[in-house]
Design a protein around this ligand. Structure first.
Ligand SMILES: [Zn+2]
Length: 266
């Protein structure tokens, strides 16, 4: 079966060791790669056997925005098109709209936001003009969803905020990662399921109680679920979990491949 991993991270070679060290100090030594692009391609090819994976690199300050995008632009299309890079914009960067234009001109198909690392509320109206520009260009917007272990107790990406934003951008291609909140599926079931957005399986597949994970897929529908690992933080166990779901072959094919193809225009 064809396979797209809709959520993976890699870092420029120079910063990968430090980034992995900082992040594993929060989530534990669960990394499946050393954080470099080369090792991510190895893992995606030899362990997950993906046709494509989406590459994210998030600028945590406005100042980092251009460098973060230079990295993903250079990676885009590598390994015979396996790497599909998303850009990232920092909502506080004064040149975010110019940077969006640069990404669109380079053929980038989507933008990743992380409201916790980038310090804004997902439904903050002051960020809406940027979302509007992205949606108007037909690009996908992927958002981190739910509590992030690096920011315990914060709610910048909670399912309520995600739902408010999704309702305000009907028709836009919006993906909420981690099934809305890998730590607790009840918020997703109450606020997000049934709305016009896609949910990615990363972290939730292995961390969420199995009954909640399956309840969300049933409530939201296999048409709007995307296989994703959050590699290097997730990997083969995520694939095995999704592959073992009590769904039809057609539904699994949608989650592993077809839904992502439709969103990305493949
Ligand atoms: Zn991630």
């Amino acid at each position: 079966m064809h396979l797209i991993d809709f959520h993976a991270h890699a870092f420029p070679d120079k910063v990968a060791p430090g980034a992995i060290a900082a992040l594993t100090s929060v989530v534990g030594p669960i990394n499946q790669t050393d954080g470099t692009l080369a090792d991510t391609i190895r893992f995606q090819s030899e362990v997950l056997h993906t046709d494509h994976f989406l590459l994210f690199n998030i600028p945590t300050t406005p100042h980092q925005q251009r460098r973060a995008n230079d990295f993903v632009l250079a990676a885009n299309g590598q390994n015979d098109g396996q790497v599909i890079s998303f850009g990232s914009l920092h909502p506080r960067a004064e040149d975010a709209c110019d940077e969006l234009r640069r990404l669109i001109d380079a053929g980038i198909k989507g933008i990743k936001f992380h409201p916790e690392y980038q310090d804004f509320d997902m439904d903050d109206p002051s960020v809406y003009p940027l979302y509007e520009a992205i949606a108007e260009a037909g690009l996908v917007m992927t958002f981190h969803g739910g509590v992030d272990p690096a920011f315990p107790g914060r709610d910048r990406s909670c399912p309520q905020r995600a739902a408010a934003m999704v309702k305000d951008f009907a028709g836009a291609k919006i993906v909420i990662a981690h099934m809305g909140d890998s730590a607790d599926g009840f918020g997703t079931l109450e606020h997000l399921c049934g709305l016009d957005c896609w949910l990615d399986t990363s972290m939730a597949a292995t961390q969420m109680p199995p009954a909640q994970f399956e309840a969300i897929i049933n409530a939201h529908g296999a048409d709007k679920i995307l296989f994703a690992t959050d590699c290097p933080w997730g990997g083969k166990a995520t694939y095995d979990r999704v592959a073992s779901l009590p769904l039809s072959v057609e539904e699994k094919e949608k989650i592993f491949w077809r839904n992502a193809c439709a969103l990305l225009g493949i």
